[in-house]
Design a protein around this ligand. Structure first.
Ligand SMILES: [Cu+2]
Length: 363
């Protein structure tokens, strides 16, 4: 019966000590509400036919004749619904308390959510990303917090779901009933790659778990290695790429107020097609726009002025972190094939073109 209902409702396997109980309440609520809906539809249909208006009835309404039995029926229905509500509430509360109260002898794991991955740390010192190894048939308590926004830790097979908040700890517990790999999902929309914020709980036989503790991932059974490899692939996909991080850094530092990414002229030279282009310098001579030149332009813009542009770019020395500079360089590299026209300062839309001096061109 459990198996049939589980399949009808498309629920995943029940693999924690509490999963079956939680599904039980779910089945109860779903079957009673479905039963109620069918009953009401049948009674409604019957009344529709039985009491439909016939031609000869027009002068003789039914009203008033049923007052007493109707009242009795209504009382029965109300008491019945009230009892049902109390029954749901009773079972639900008890389950909630079970879910909130971990047993005494739990194994504790610290969980940190961040855009867009799960990190796990064991009190003994191990830590890992995306993959949580636990022994099966042993209660595990998760002590969770977030480094950035609200996330939610969800393991469908265990029927646990708990919000994870920045600046606060929340807890959840489970006991995996058998070894296996169980997907973790984030169920609180947390930004662009929310849907890729995944992971795996790998429940191992206690003996295998000891082996993992001693020898690491290489000494786990094949299913565990496969699941760990998949989690690693998913994590790599969720990781933001260098150019996209560069675009965010450039926006944060207001670079994009003066520079464009699509080749259109602006206050500063466009970044489209800049990488490895030949840049004519105000002081005479020219430079190839490689990593060194780009970094110099960011740290000491007046020392390497692009010919024809105004000396308005501030120095970012001490203002910008090396990872941000690297990400911006990767962004500039990623648009080296975007076509750029003659690189001249934007004339502010003034009539006649103004003082646009000849700029550099791509070789
Ligand atoms: Cu998330």
């Amino acid at each position: 019966m459990n198996e049939l209902l589980r399949r009808i409702l498309f629920l995943p396997d029940q693999r924690s000590s509490l999963a079956r109980e939680i599904d039980g309440l779910h089945y109860l609520v779903v079957s009673i509400t479905m039963g109620g809906a069918v009953l009401i539809t049948l009674i409604g249909g019957y009344f529709l036919i039985r009491y439909r208006r016939r031609l000869q009835d027009t002068a003789r309404p039914h009203a008033g004749t049923l007052a007493r039995p109707a009242l009795a029926l209504e009382t029965v229905a109300l008491v019945g619904l009230g009892t049902l509500f109390l029954a749901f509430w009773n079972v639900g509360t008890r389950q909630f308390i079970d879910l909130r109260t971990p047993p005494e002898d739990t194994l504790d794991v610290y969980v940190t959510g961040k855009q867009w991955m799960w990190k796990f740390a064991y009190p003994e010192g191990e830590s890992m990303i995306s993959v949580l190894y636990v022994p099966a048939r042993r209660p595990i308590r998760l002590i969770m917090t977030s480094r950035d926004v609200i996330h939610s830790f969800f393991v469908p097979a265990f029927r646990i779901k708990q919000d994870v908040l920045p600046g606060r700890y929340t807890t959840a517990w489970f006991e995996a009933t058998e070894p296996g790999a169980y997907p973790i999902l984030c169920t609180e929309y947390c930004g662009t790659s929310h849907s890729e914020m995944r992971g795996q709980v790998i429940a191992l036989d206690p003996a295998d778990y000891e082996r993992w503790l001693a020898g690491g991932a290489a000494s786990t059974p094949a299913f565990a290695q496969e699941a760990a490899a998949q989690a690693e692939r998913e994590r790599a996909e969720a990781e933001p790429t260098m150019p996209s991080r560069g675009e965010r850094a450039a926006a944060r530092h207001n670079c994009l107020r003066c520079h464009t990414l699509d080749g259109t002229p602006h206050i500063g030279p466009t970044w489209a097609g800049l990488y490895r282009a030949v840049v004519p310098l105000e002081a005479g001579g020219e430079r190839i726009a490689d990593e060194a030149y780009i970094t110099e332009s960011i740290m000491d813009p007046l020392a390497v002025m692009h010919r024809g542009f105004q000396p308005v770019m501030p120095s970012y020395l001490g203002q910008i972190t090396p990872p941000d500079v690297a990400a911006i360089i990767e962004l500039i590299k990623s648009i080296r094939d975007v076509p750029r026209g003659p690189v001249v300062p934007w004339d502010g839309g003034a009539t006649g073109g103004g003082a646009a001096a000849p700029g550099g061109t791509t070789p």
